[in-house]
Design a protein around this ligand. Sequence first.
Ligand code: FES
Length: 167
Amino acid sequence: MSAAHPAAPHEPVLVGETRARLEALFPKYPTRQACLLPALWLVQQARGWISEPAMAEVAEVLGLTPAYVKGVVTFYTMYHTHPVGRHFIQVCTTSPCGLCGAEDVMRALLRETGCGELGATSPDGRFTVVEVECLGACGFATPVLVDDDFHDSVSPEGVAGLLARYP
Ligand code: FES
C-alpha cells in the first residue's frame, strides 16, 4: 500500500486490476451505485487513502455525484481522507479501557512508533496511531487494531513486540 503526497498530481486509481476488481462486483449488486462502499475500499487498498480526485473517479464510474461520494467517505471513520502510514493502528481509550491503563498503551504506541502524536504518521511512513471509541472488547483491555488484525490485552511492555510484527 503506498500513500501519495497530497499535493501530488492525481493518477487514476480505477484502472488495471483495481478496475477489474470493481467491475467484478457489479453483477453482485442491484445497481452500480450500490457498489459504493466496496468501491471505496478498493481505492483505499490501492492508495492507502481516498483523495477528492479519487472520490470523483468513483462518482463517475458509479453514476453518482462527487458530493454524494464525499458525504459517504467522510461519514465513515474507517475511510481515510488523508495519507496514513503503511500500518494503521487504532487503540481504544474509552473509559473502561482507560481505567485499565489504555492511556499508557497509547503513549507507548506513540513513543515506539515515532508518531509522537495521535493522527500523525511516523517519519518512516510505517505507522499512524489514532484513538477510537469502544472496540467491543471491554473485557480485554487494552484492545488494539493494527490494520485488520485485532490484538487484545496489549500492555505498554508488549507494544514493541507487537510493532515488530508489522515491518
Ligand atoms: S471500552 Fe475499550 S473496548 Fe470497550
